[in-house]
Write a protein that binds this ligand. Structure first.
Ligand SMILES: Cc1cc2nc3c(=O)[nH]c(=O)nc-3n(C[C@H](O)[C@H](O)[C@H](O)COP(=O)(O)OP(=O)(O)OC[C@H]3O[C@@H](n4cnc5c(N)ncnc54)[C@H](O)[C@@H]3O)c2cc1C
Length: 403
């Protein structure tokens, strides 16, 4: 196979993910660290009209993929990734903390399970720089390290783990669950756990789509170091994520401007106190971003509007980081399972959705706390409910065969 070129930086979690995926599938590539290689940075900016989204993967036909998921890389490389069998007790859709916790418990319970993840196993935890609130790690733990530990533990129990394969549909089928994979493969399971997590919400304002990766970002730990020595960085969102990431960004810039649409910050009091006491922070509440403007492929201006007075506000930060919530990864279900108004899957106390045999756990579940520890707990709790469901299912089948 001809060699690929991967442009990135050592601190970028998506770059690590892409390199890991290529390594695991023995795809040869040349790595360029654009922090160290000025020519590499020039090539990245030239291919992206001034933007510098990484990783940027250049294929032998000279086409590029920016920040590709493993699924996208596999498709582009023509890799066929298949589930080993067609029938399982349990299909776990999503291999983040919730899905992997469920998988570890499934294996220990003797439940024949497969985990299917469209990207890398480990989910959001795997791309998080550092996790400081997960019990058992008094000094914190790197997200990739923690994800690796989950995966190793699941592998130790022999769970089938499939990454870079998306689930396209889940449908009830005569007392079973029929699952179609993005590759077209069909599998059947007695039960399924949907643990597909969530992704960052966008602002939906003019200019946004063109500037993502070129001054607009969703991850401070990933992209903040690009802006060392910046005069100003802007953070959209005054919740926990916005303030936490803003505090992280403060090491790179002279000023951090927080823009919050609602009338007050919604982050924990502790975070609010920290930010208010910090000399670099300026806070605007009741102000919404209405437009982002760029020139030469770079963010040049953010336009805000005071929602009370209608006054227009204009700022010229080097970059804006957006933390305005999460959208559930439920689009592939196409409304076949009942959700709340934001699209998160509704379940009963038994973690079962409105489709019999289909359970939900972790960030994708309505009412979940969007925390790693809770996602793990929900994965375990859902699995224990699946165990009861499978036992009941088995008893009913035995009964119907014997009568
Ligand atoms: C930058 C960042 C920092 C964070 N820091 C912390 C922290 O410090 N402490 C904390 O408690 N929490 C933190 N979190 C939140 C925590 O990571 C999440 O709550 C947790 O990962 C949720 O786990 P999950 O398994 O429910 O979902 P996810 O981790 O989102 O995993 C879902 C998985 O499903 C896969 N998937 C999606 N759609 C499909 C499909 N159609 N087919 C197959 N697979 C699919 C995805 O690829 C993904 O791997 C952080 C999150 C982020 C993004």
């Amino acid at each position: 196979m001809e060699r690929l070129k991967v442009y990135g930086a050592p601190w970028c979690p998506d770059c690590r993910q892409a390199k890991k995926f290529l390594g695991e599938h023995r795809v040869p590539y040349d790595w360029t660290d654009i922090d160290q290689d000025a020519e590499g940075l020039r090539i990245v900016q030239e291919r992206q009209n001034g933007g510098r989204t990484i990783p940027m993967v250049v294929f032998p036909d000279d086409s590029i993929l920016l920040e590709p998921s493993n699924d996208e890389l596999a498709t582009k490389l023509g890799l066929t990734l298949q589930a080993e069998r067609e029938v399982y007790d349990l299909a776990i859709v999503g291999g983040g903390p919730a899905g992997l916790a469920a998988a570890i418990y499934a294996a220990r319970e003797g439940i024949d399970a497969v985990v299917i993840d469209k990207s890398s196993l480990g989910g959001q935890a795997g791309v998080t720089e550092r996790i400081d609130n997960y019990p058992g790690f008094p000094d914190g733990v790197g997200g990739a390290d923690l994800a690796e530990r989950f995966v190793t533990q699941a592998q130790r129990y022999g769970v089938e783990l499939l990454s870079a394969v998306s689930v396209a549909t889940i449908e009830p089928d005569d007392g079973h669950v029929a699952i179609t994979l993005g590759t077209g493969q069909q599998i059947e399971a007695t039960a399924a756990i949907v643990a597909t997590g969530s992704t960052y919400r966008r602002m939906g304002v003019p200019g946004e789509d063109d500037l993502i990766g070129a001054g607009l970002h969703f991850c401070a730990t990933c992209d903040g170091p690009f802006y060392k020595g910046a005069h100003e960085l802007l953070v959209v969102g005054g919740g926990n994520s916005g303030l936490e990431e803003g505090l992280f960004l403060a090491q790179f810039a002279d000023r951090i401007r927080i823009v919050q649409r609602g009338p007050a910050l919604t982050a924990s009091q502790l975070l609010q106190d920290k930010v208010r006491a910090h000399p670099k922070f300026e806070i605007h509440t009741n102000v919404e971003v209405v437009e982002v403007i760029g020139a030469g492929g770079k963010l040049t201006e953010v336009v805000g509007r005071d929602r009370a007075t209608g006054e227009e506000l204009r700022w010229r930060p080097e970059a804006a980081f957006i933390f305005i919530g999460l959208d559930p990864n439920t689009g592939f279900l196409d409304g076949s399972i009942d959700t709340d108004e934001w699209g998160f899957l509704r379940t009963g106390d038994d973690f079962q959705t409105t489709v019999p045999g289909v359970f939900a756990a972790g960030d994708v579940r309505a009412g979940s706390t969007k925390q790693l520890g809770s996602a793990v707990g929900e994965g375990i709790a859902a699995l224990l409910q699946v165990r009861a469901y499978l036992q009941h299912h088995h008893e009913m089948r035995t009964l119907s065969i014997n009568t």
